[in-house]
Write a protein that binds this ligand. Structure first.
Ligand code: PLP
Length: 451
């Protein structure tokens, strides 16, 4: 029996709602935290308790909660044209404007924007486009895709296969054939004794090279990676990593896919993570902060090298047999355009770079002070504390310290996310000095509780 009053929102949630990324068995006992409203960087639960949303929902509410301009953009578009399709040569203004906007602000020259509704769908689309393209080029054997352990690319069949986390494969019979995972570029965890960061980056590139050689370069279509890994634990790659990886790919005619679902729209202190690390992707995937999650929307940007064979093949076959009902949804596109305008007008990318400094400095000071923290890492306005259960007084199961920290943070009014023993921080791009101080104060109290 759970502790909630009969017919309360919590009791009904337990009765009727199967949650994503939740222990369904445990949920029957503990139930949900029901969030009722939000304003700026804060949300309130149904008991009136206020939290600073230090993860921006799911790394996504860049402009913060309660942004009236997005409400207005959505309302006006709902009234004018609430839906229209983009299949069969049909189009509408918001999709056209957004495609043009994305191509114009892309970090490298891109030819086309293709719309989907979620990061997962966008990455599934990437896999299918890569296969379609290889067939178009008369290279049907060039289909394998290399991803990384701890990379996160979504949960649909192909995108979950790209994801390199055990929870997303185990009991789901994934990954599918032809998707491989190479070394995670997390120096603190994967680096060897005496190995410098640069040597570690070289080893990551050498591992990739060896994998391509072993599989046969003519069988590998693409490499996919997040500029900074998010859900795999906020892994900022070691110095020189992306240059070395790109040099390997260039040797073998292998496309590079940048999954910017978290990094895009300012998170790393530049508009794109690709700019922060000088990545030159052939395909770029974006979602989340594109609409600040006020509406589900994602996009795949393709350069001419990636796109041209797809155009040829659809001409031969008669259609590009792919697409979802909501592709380029007019309301989502209108929200995205207004959201991007807000990011530009208010200088939110620069603000993310600016506020990231005190956030990371504050977290670093706590990491130095509290024995239980193994590492602070981050870049721009994304950061993590790595809790080290090996330093705890009592033996702790993997993830138990992270969970305890998460509970303590909630108690002190901070919503972050524990990914195992990693505590991730990714606050809204609008955050100010006071908001950063509020996060740091809450984290300090939580660390005292669990120490
Ligand atoms: N790619 C990255 C880098 C992500 O972080 C996520 C979600 O967190 C996805 C893809 C999947 O996006 P969605 O949850 O919208 O399917």
């Amino acid at each position: 029996m759970n502790k909630h009053a009969p017919n309360s929102p919590e009791a009904r949630d337990i009765a009727y709602h199967l949650h994503s990324y939740t222990n369904a068995e445990l949920h029957q006992e503990v139930g949900p935290t029901v969030i009722e409203r939000g304003a700026g960087i804060h949300v309130w639960d149904n008991t009136g308790k206020r939290y600073v949303e230090a993860l921006s929902g799911l790394w996504s509410v860049g402009v913060g909660f309660g942004e009236e301009r997005l409400v207005k953009a959505a309302t006006e578009q709902m009234q004018k044209l609430p839906y229209y399709q983009t299949f069969a040569h049909r189009s509408h203004g918001p999709a056209i404007d957004l495609a043009e906007k994305l191509v114009s602000i892309a970090p490298v020259p891109m030819s086309k924007a293709y719309f989907t509704n979620s990061g997962s769908e966008a990455n599934d689309t990437v896999v299918k486009f890569l296969w379609y393209r290889s067939n178009a080029l008369g290279k049907p054997e060039k289909k394998k895709i290399i991803s990384r352990f701890r990379g996160y690319h979504g949960v649909t069949v192909a995108s979950a296969s790209l994801t390199g986390l055990p929870y997303n494969h185990r009991s789901f019979d994934l990954p599918i054939n032809g998707i491989l995972h190479t070394t995670c570029p997390h120096y603190w965890k994967e680096g060897r004794d005496g190995e410098s960061e640069e040597e570690f980056a070289s080893r990551c590139a050498a591992d990739l090279d060896a994998m391509i050689q072993a599989e046969g370069p003519d069988t590998v279509a693409a490499f996919i990676g997040e500029p900074v890994m998010g859900a795999g634990g906020v892994v900022v790659p070691p110095k020189g990593y992306w240059q070395k990886i790109q040099a390997v790919l260039a040797k073998y005619d292998i496309l590079l896919v940048a999954d910017e679902v978290i990094c895009g729209f300012g998170r790393t202190g530049n508009l794109w993570g690709s700019q922060t690390f000088d990545i030159k992707p052939d395909i770029l995937v974006t979602s989340k902060q594109i609409t600040s999650s006020y509406f589900p929307l994602s996009a795949v940007l393709l350069n001419e090298r990636a796109y041209a064979p797809i155009q040829d093949e659809s001409g031969r076959i008669g259609t590009l047999g792919h697409g979802v009902t909501g592709a380029g949804h007019p309301v989502g596109a209108a929200v995205a355009l207004e959201n991007i305008a807000i990011i530009e007008e208010r200088g939110l990318v620069a603000n993310a770079a600016r506020q990231g400094e005190p956030l990371r400095a504050g977290l670093k000071a706590l990491a130095d002070e509290f024995e239980l923290v193994g590492e602070m890492r981050g870049i721009g306005l994304i950061a993590a504390l790595e809790m080290d259960p090996g330093r705890a007084k009592d033996e702790m199961a993997v993830g138990a310290l992270g969970t305890a920290m998460n509970v303590a943070l909630m108690r002190h009014g901070v919503i972050a996310r524990n990914l195992g023993d990693t505590i991730a921080f990714c606050p809204p791009l609008i955050i100010d000095d006071e908001g950063v101080a509020e996060i740091i104060a809450g984290v300090e109290k939580a660390l005292k509780d669990v120490s």
